[in-house]
Write a protein that binds this ligand. Structure first.
Ligand SMILES: [Zn+2]
Length: 273
């Protein structure tokens, strides 16, 4: 049983502001430690649920947030960027299940801490095969490409609800109740990590018993439509061949999500210049 823990930072215990998740700010040092602790709770739970192997992907910002010197030594860490699969680095057919730790809701969602989709200054909305989605959907579809289901998510109540609405009744660890974009009632790290641990144990057990929703598999060809905040962003994104433009929306269609994921990342990089 091999588990990939795909991590982000906005849904980590106690996080409510951009400063807490942005390198260079004094608060960031505290929260990367808390991120490492949330991930450790998930690793502990995975092994207690009888996983044999755990890989972690550090998926926030430039992928170098988790403190490797404090990480559970039974796991291995994918860190640094850009990597071929970004937030999902480490995914392949040998993985049995994926945990989303520290995830957040898609852009435009009420009562969701730091809601955004991939790039908070660039992307307003993303549709995959006409389904409005967030990072959870993009990343779940990459896992689905390899036949791997998402089995657990941690974050605020809104992120967890959005993920289960999209992927089915996977295990959830609600570590905070958002009352706005920058306000939440938060569990303390100790309490939150107990919930993450218990949820991870249950996720692996249910996976072993065959009691998990199917992987999120998109029909081929895969269409990606990105709505940018401004038209100059769309101007730059359409420099990529074979894209179509409608106002601030740019779309393209490719054979599978692995290529779609790369095309999406390329568009966002260009748009954000
Ligand atoms: Zn992030």
């Amino acid at each position: 049983m091999k588990i990939l823990i795909a991590t982000d930072m906005e849904g980590i215990t106690g996080v409510t502001t951009w400063e807490q998740v942005t390198p260079g700010h004094a608060e960031y040092a505290r929260f990367r430690k808390l991120m490492t602790q949330d991930v450790n709770a998930a690793i502990r739970g995975a092994f207690d649920g009888d996983a044999d192997e755990v890989i972690v992907a550090d998926g926030h910002w430039n992928g170098s947030n988790i403190l490797i010197e404090e990480l559970d030594p039974r796991a291995r860490l994918n860190t640094g960027s850009p990597s071929p699969f970004s937030m999902m680095q480490g995914i392949d057919e040998s993985v049995d299940g994926v945990f989303f730790i520290g995830y957040h809701a898609r852009n435009g969602t009420p009562n969701a801490i730091l809601d955004h989709t991939w790039s908070s200054g660039t992307v307003a909305n993303v549709w995959l095969n006409d389904i409005l989605t967030g990072e959870y959907g993009l990343n779940a579809a990459v896992a689905g490409h390899f036949g791997v289901p998402i089995v657990m998510v941690s974050g605020d109540q809104t992120a967890c609800a959005q993920v289960t609405a999209s992927l089915g009744q996977i295990e959830t660890a609600v570590v905070k109740h958002a009352t706005g974009r920058f306000a939440a009632e938060c569990l303390t790290p100790q309490a939150a990590q107990e919930i993450i641990f218990a949820s991870a144990v249950r996720a692996v057990k249910r996976l072993t018993e065959g009691d998990m929703p199917d992987p999120f598999v998109l029909d081929s060809p895969v269409s990606v439509m990105v709505e940018f905040f401004t038209s100059d962003m769309a101007d730059r994104a359409t420099r990529i061949p074979f894209t179509q433009r409608d106002g601030t929306r740019v779309s393209f269609s490719v054979q599978d999500i692995a290529s779609a994921y790369n095309g999406f990342r390329a568009m966002v990089m260009l748009a954000a210049v």
